[in-house]
Structure formats: C-alpha cells, structure tokens
Design a binder for this molecule. Sequence first.
Ligand code: URA
Length: 214
Amino acid sequence: MYNKAVKQYLEYLKITGIQDIFIKPPKQINKTELLKDLEQNYNNCKKCILHKERNKFCYGNGNADARLLIIGEGPGAEEDRLGKVFVGRSGQLLTKMLSAIKLSREDVYIANIVKCRPPENRNPLPDEKSACLPYLEEQISIIQPEFILIIGKVAAVTLLEIDQTLKAFREKTYNFRGIKTYVSYHPSALLRNPSWKKLAWIDLQKLQKDYFQQ
Ligand code: URA
C-alpha cells in the first residue's frame, strides 16, 4: 500500500519534470553503542532478588557484530566481582575451547540467562530467569547472530523449553528464533568431568564446520 503510493508519487515527479531526487541513507545502527547504552540503562536492575547480593550486573561481553553468540547460565564469583561474563576458571576454559576451533573471544559475543550471580552459584530460579530473559532476547535481536551455542543444561532447558538430558540436547541442532543453535557442555561441567572434553570437542567441530562452511 505504502510502496504503491511512493511509486505513484515518484511517477508524478517524473512526469512533472523532476529527474533526480536525493534520499538520505538510513542511519546505520551501531550495535556496539546500542548494547553499551542498554547495559547502562539496565545495570541498576532490581527486577528480582538477585540484585540484593550482587556486586556487578554482568550484561554480556564481546563482539556486537558476532556471527556466534554463546549463552551460559549465570555469573560466578569472579564475574560478579568484575562485571564481565566468563572471566573465571570456566571462562578461561571456554577461551581455550574457542581457540581450538580457530575463534577468539573477540570474534564472539557471550551472555548468560541471568545477569546477576545466584548466591553460592545455585541454579537460577524460575522467577529470576523470567525477569531476566527479556534482556537476553533483546541482545539476540540486536546482535542477530548466525549461530548460537548454548552451554549447559540449565540454559538449554530455559531457552529451548524442552526438559531432557544434555546428552539428548547434543544429538541435534535447533532453530531458535530462526538461528541455528547448538547445545554442548558448560565448561564448569568439563572442569569437574574432564572425560567429557572429548564429547565437547565433537560438538565444537560440528559448529566449526558450519561456521567456516568446511
Ligand atoms: N558460568 C556461566 O554460566 N556464566 C559465566 O559468566 C560464568 C560462569
């Protein structure tokens, strides 16, 4: 409807002798700036009780133009101290896992289901997850990654809304909001159970194959 009216108007301009029109190009969205502004807006969030014990709100870090978004569960002690995601021991392992498939932290964006640390690193509760999920949904719609890697069962159950084992999750890929999505082990599970690293490597290789179109 709108396009038809525009077309008619352009034809009218042509008939009346106007040959050139200048259209201002749409302003490019700067995703980095946008995420930075949103983080500032939200970092005093008090939507759930997790704000009471947090030191820092951990919004997410990385490349806002990333092709790959990694989603974990929630910040731990080191993340809570620094306000950055995956900077503790599991973060160091995650960095190594990425480099094994020729990706760096600068290539990817990383966020969690909840942005504040659950006390004693317990699993986030349903009302904490539902209060926080709109932040992640918004991050996904801004970044628009080509691939998502969900790490750990808690994040997988929350996002994919299927209650099954991690083993079952790993068997296939998912279409989450139109984005090809993989599920694999959380690095903290790999630190506890190093024998699972070979299974995580199988998952990472599948992702690498798609990412680099090998
Ligand atoms: N575990 C997570 O799930 N997220 C972090 O940011 C750190 C540890």
